[in-house]
Design a binder for this molecule. Structure first.
Ligand code: DX5
Ligand code: ZN
Length: 229
């Protein structure tokens, strides 16, 4: 499993320090949860914050847009250094066009499926889609319980897409739920509370990854956290 560290659960007074710590501990990507206080209740990070953290590391940045009008924010997050931008279908009146816009900037494009959202949104966006994020909690906050019914959706999504496509899970992920997701077809996970709630980031990441890809790039890891592949 690819492991993406969600900065939502990092200490907001030490974001840069914790970003570097998870990078050195072997995270494959950093996940920024962008909330606007409208689509979801909370307000979190804006493009300005992401852009400043972009200077600290070259680890891939993924931007999970939980905002009412993602089209208005795509350019700003591209400028801030996004590698992947993920949108919710409910927030895009022209979903295919929004994904195409992200790709026209040369970035990867993803769809996030809320627990109640049908996987059918994928079907006619496959030509502009690089990944699917299956929400295993309702969007809006960290620390919620994993929703088991979403395992069924992961397997449906898996059948719809080419085998190499990234299928990520987001919400309530720990070593146990990650293993269930992997068995259902996920090959990537987002971790917030489980990662930042402990003090051994490398061990937490390794327990989620389980089966690191043989060609995994381990150059970012420190010597203490390096693992055998
Ligand atoms: C929820 C966010 C998640 C969240 C995951 O709206 O999309 O990325 O940070 O946090 P945990 O791992 O605590 O469920
Ligand atoms: Zn997220």
């Amino acid at each position: 499993m690819k492991v993406c560290a969600s900065m939502l659960s990092a200490d907001p007074t030490r974001l840069g320090e914790q970003l570097l710590a998870v990078t050195h501990a072997g995270a494959d990507a950093v996940h920024w949860d962008i909330m606007d206080g409208n689509y979801v209740d909370a307000i979190t990070f804006g493009a300005h914050i992401v852009k400043h953290h972009r200077k600290l590391t070259d680890i891939p940045f993924e931007i999970h847009l939980m905002v009412t009008n993602p089209d208005a924010q795509i350019a700003a997050f591209v400028d801030a250094g996004a590698d992947l931008i993920i949108v919710h279908p409910e927030t895009c009146p022209h979903l295919h066009r929004s994904l195409g816009r992200i790709k026209n900037f040369g970035k990867r494009a993803g769809i996030a499926l809320n627990p109640s959202t049908s996987p059918d949104f994928i079907d006619y966006c496959r030509d502009v889609l690089d990944m699917v994020l299956v929400m295993t909690v309702n969007p809006g906050s960290a620390g919620q319980g994993f929703l088991n019914l979403q395992l069924e959706k992961i397997s449906i999504v898996k059948k719809k897409l080419p085998p190499e496509m990234e299928i990520a899970v987001d919400g309530g992920i720990n070593a146990v739920s990650a293993a269930s997701c992997r068995r259902s077809g996920a090959n990537s996970c987002v971790t917030g509370t489980f990662l930042f709630g402990g003090n051994d980031y490398a061990a937490a990441i390794q327990s989620l990854a389980l089966d690191f890809f043989p060609n995994k790039d381990i150059s970012r890891m420190t010597s203490e956290s390096k693992i055998q592949v």
